[in-house]
Design a protein around this ligand. Structure first.
Ligand code: C2E
Ligand code: MG
Ligand code: MG
Length: 552
């Protein structure tokens, strides 16, 4: 590749000779004085590999040109050879003081010139490559490779000191980019890089790990400061650019300096990931139990799509009975995961994770489909079916068209909407009042039956019941058991049930485990019960045996 040189010389003859010498190996751009040289330089900035500069020129001399060049950040790395008159030490010194890279005396000695030019260009290009490997282009922080290297060296040099690695991660950065545009995304990254640099301080290092993740290596005694710093600096409100941004920190306290630095960073990252989706926690410190939990979570996340495709999720049905007549009145559909290697898994193991990683709406959709298909089959086989309830997760409620899609679903299976009950957990009501009121309204208009799940688990007030139209109140297992354990006079059970009845809701108690509980609930006026005492969740083949046939 032929490089470009800038030849700055007012004397036409000299300029032509110099261009002649160089043009065999280089493209030469010419300028007659410093002013013109600056213009040419700005125009061809990226292309020019080296400048040959005369000192005495009209309009703008060589020294002024050098001074102006240095003011410009993009230009100051281009090497400059100053052509001095004779062997004047004064001139050479002045040239170097003004930032020239090298000097050559006139008259020209072609072979010497060619050697010097080639040497300087090579030097600069090598430096640029090294630079690129060391610094992240956008943020100016160290690259991860260089970070690994200097951390390793640092740990070797200071075996007696304690250090830690902090990894920071922006939650939903992709979303931020989508909403505010890539440019603002980049700006945010630069700001956060600055924050990381500050956090590293004088005695640490900061690097960009990838995308929106940053690394910081610092003495362990400073980690505490990093947390405080984050919470103070960050806190969401004080800094305009940090609005809508949730930053998470993971801290790994280095125990064994001989361990690979990549692994240390991975652990800091694991810790940062562990607080994802948690509103009230901004950081976590890595420990072994966290590691096991997160590895498990990663494995589950990696396996879930395939599990859905391969129908590893299976639906169990848990019967609900009327307390008065002990008649089967319905069932709750509860999902189980039967993994080819891990075996049987309860929803407690994976539902909370699916709520965090965004998979839950897809699983819930699948469950609804399967339940509708099952109901259809039973109806076709002549069974007298009972309503089946499915759990609606918080994330589902945010789908604008939830009511429409569920309606289309039951229609496609020709199932009356009253056969599909929807259980919405109590905490969801507290979180998104407006959203839920409108979603629930639309669902009820279409004939679906809405149950408030987990009532009494801590979020809702009785007030909420009167403000909203719902059909069924489902008492949380813990709540029921607590209230039953109290003397009748001191128990809320009766009050809650009669309050529900007043607003036309029926009441189901969940987690009924003994006959005395069932008895007590019936006395308190509770309408239905679900629990191990009556029946455990069971596969469809079992559940169907509880149904009666109207026709044969
Ligand atoms: P939930 O909706 O409150 O479901 C009731 C849970 O209590 C079920 O646990 C059920 O097996 C359990 N249970 C029922 N009777 C008794 C009893 O007498 N004693 C005890 N100790 N437990 C009893 P499961 O099946 O493990 O489900 C746990 C939670 O997972 C559910 O709580 C629900 O929030 C969620 N879940 C289950 N399936 C789905 C689903 O398809 N979609 C969504 N979004 N969440 C689901
Ligand atoms: Mg439920
Ligand atoms: Mg429940």
């Amino acid at each position: 590749m032929k490089r470009y040189l800038l030849n700055v010389e007012d004397n036409e003859i000299n300029r032509t000779i110099l261009t002649e010498i160089l043009s065999e190996e280089y493209h030469v751009i010419e300028a007659e004085n410093g002013q013109e040289a600056l213009e040419k330089l700005r125009e061809h900035q990226k292309k020019i590999s080296l400048i040959l500069l005369d000192v005495q020129m009209p309009v703008m001399d060589g020294y002024t040109f050098l001074d102006r060049m240095k003011e410009d950040e993009g230009l100051d790395s281009i090497p400059v050879i100053v052509m001095t008159q004779g062997n004047s030490e004064e001139d050479e010194l002045a040239a170097l003081e003004h930032g020239a890279t090298d000097f050559l005396p006139k008259p020209y000695r072609p072979r010497i010139i060619l050697h010097r030019v080639a040497g300087l260009i090579k030097l600069r290009e090598t430096a640029a490559i090294v630079n690129q490997l060391q610094y992240d282009r956008m943020t100016g922080l160290f690259t991860k490779e260089y970070f690994y290297q200097i951390v390793r060296e640092h740990l070797l040099q200071k075996p007696d000191q304690e250090f830690c690695i902090v990894c920071s991660n922006i939650e939903h950065f992709k979303l931020y980019n989508d909403i505010f545009g890539v440019q603002r995304g980049d700006e945010l990254l630069k700001r956060l890089a600055e924050l990381t640099r500050k956090m590293a301080g004088e005695d640490g290092f900061a690097a960009r790990l990838s995308g929106d993740r940053f690394l910081c290596f610092l003495p362990r005694c400073k980690a505490e400061r990093a947390k405080e710093f984050l919470e103070k600096e960050y806190d969401g409100k004080t800094q305009e650019y940090l609005k809508n941004v949730a930053l998470r920190l993971g801290i790994y306290e280095i125990q064994d300096p001989g361990m690979s630095v990549e692994l240390m960073c991975d652990r800091a990252l694991l810790a940062a990931d562990s607080v994802k989706g948690q509103y009230n926690r901004h950081y976590a410190v890595y420990d072994e139990s966290l590691r096991d939990k997160l590895l498990r979570e990663r494995a589950i996340t990696a396996a879930m799509d395939q599990a859905l495709q391969e129908e590893q999720f299976v639906i169990y049905y848990q019967p609900k009975y009327s307390l008065k007549e002990h008649r089967l009145s319905g069932a709750e559909a509860l999902v189980r995961w039967i993994h080819p290697e891990w075996g049987f898994m309860s929803p407690g193991e994976f539902i909370p994770l699916f709520e965090k990683n965004g998979f839950i709406p897809r699983l819930d959709l699948y469950v609804r489909e399967k339940v509708c298909a099952q109901l259809r089959r039973w109806m076709d086989e002549g069974y007298d079916v009972v309503p089946v309830s499915v759990n609606i997760s918080r994330a589902d409620i945010f789908q604008e068209d939830l009511a429409v899609t569920i309606h289309e679903l039951v229609e496609s299976y020709a199932i009356p909407p009253r056969l599909l009950h929807l259980e919405i957990t109590e905490s969801a009501y507290a979180d998104n009042q407006d959203q839920i009121v409108s979603t629930v309204g639309r669902l009820r208009e279409r004939g679906f039956v809405i149950e408030m799940d987990d009532f009494g688990s801590g979020y809702s007030s009785l007030n909420m019941l009167s403000q909203m139209s719902l059909d069924i109140l489902k008492l949380d297992m813990k709540f029921t058991q607590n209230e039953i354990a109290k003397p009748v006079k001191r128990s809320f059970l009766e009050n809650v049930i009669s309050m529900a009845h007043q607003v036309d809701m029926t009441v189901v108690a969940e987690g009924v485990e003994t006959d005395s509980q069932a008895e007590r609930l019936e006395e308190a006026g509770c309408d239905y019960a679900q629990g191990y005492y009556l029946a455990r969740p069971m596969p469809a083949e079992e559940f169907v045996k509880l149904l009666t046939k109207t026709v044969d």
